[in-house]
Design a protein around this ligand. Structure first.
Ligand SMILES: [Zn+2]
Length: 234
């Protein structure tokens, strides 16, 4: 990891640890950061569970998902997700792919996953679902065409579900990414519980816009990040 900028490496390691600690990632799933030194590359751990990632485990990949020469350690099977999003979305500087259990019911039914709380407004509106079956029976995203199709479904949004598999979450920085990834899962849990009780009242578009702006503001984001860091370092 000799040419990885230390602050970026530190943030990415923390994001791995936090997202594992908060039950967004488990043995599987991964998080990446666009290389601040070269927007044509991204940083991601070698194939390792996120709770165990250290700075020494980080790899540098190009936007075709290829490791920089000299790093022979195995990469995650689904780096094509990250590469495709970075190719398509110049505004995105951080990506998370998870298999978090609470979101799965919304990926296999037509019940929409959309925000019901102010803190989940960061998810945006309806979260679209991508179906890998459109391209064949492989549920894992291993190829550029699969990654491109997923990125098209994501569109300009912050998250997309993957049918019977998980989700992808994207953001302009690693702190916002961590926040959105955590809130997406919490919202799915709360929405599933609410649907058991009766008709659900979702946030309006105006409520989403106002709450999202407030929660993604630096004061709120720094406070949330400090809280999550304290939980992994505590
Ligand atoms: Zn996966």
């Amino acid at each position: 990891m000799t040419d990885i900028e230390p602050t970026a490496a530190h943030d990415l390691v923390l994001a791995n640890r936090i997202l594992a600690r908060e039950d967004v990632l488990d043995a599987f799933g991964h998080v990446s950061l666009r290389d601040p030194a070269d927007p044509g590359r991204f940083l991601i751990a070698r194939s390792l569970s996120p709770a165990q990632v250290t700075a020494a485990d980080l790899q540098v990949l190009d936007l075709d998902g290829r490791r920089l020469a000299g790093d022979e350690r195995a990469s995650y099977a689904e780096v094509a997700i990250h590469a495709a999003v970075y190719r398509r979305r110049p505004d995105v500087r951080a990506v998370c792919h998870s298999h978090a259990a609470p979101i799965i019911p919304f990926s296999v039914t037509r019940t929409p996953l959309r925000p019901i709380t102010h803190v989940a407004a960061v998810v945006g509106g309806d979260v679209p679902t991508w179906d890998s079956a459109d391209l064949g029976p492989d549920l894992l995203v291993r190829t550029a065409p699969q990654g491109d199709a997923l990125a098209r479904t994501l569109g300009t949004g912050a998250a997309a579900l993957m049918r019977g598999h998980g989700c992808v979450v994207v953001a302009a920085d690693v702190r916002a990414l961590t926040l959105i990834a955590i809130r997406l899962v919490a919202n799915a849990e709360q929405l599933s519980a609410s649907l058991q009780l009766g008709k659900v009242r979702y946030l309006s578009a105006e409520e989403i816009a106002r709450s999202s702006a407030a929660i993604l503001a630096p004061l709120s984001l720094d406070r949330a990040w400090g809280y999550w860091v304290s939980r992994v370092e505590g």
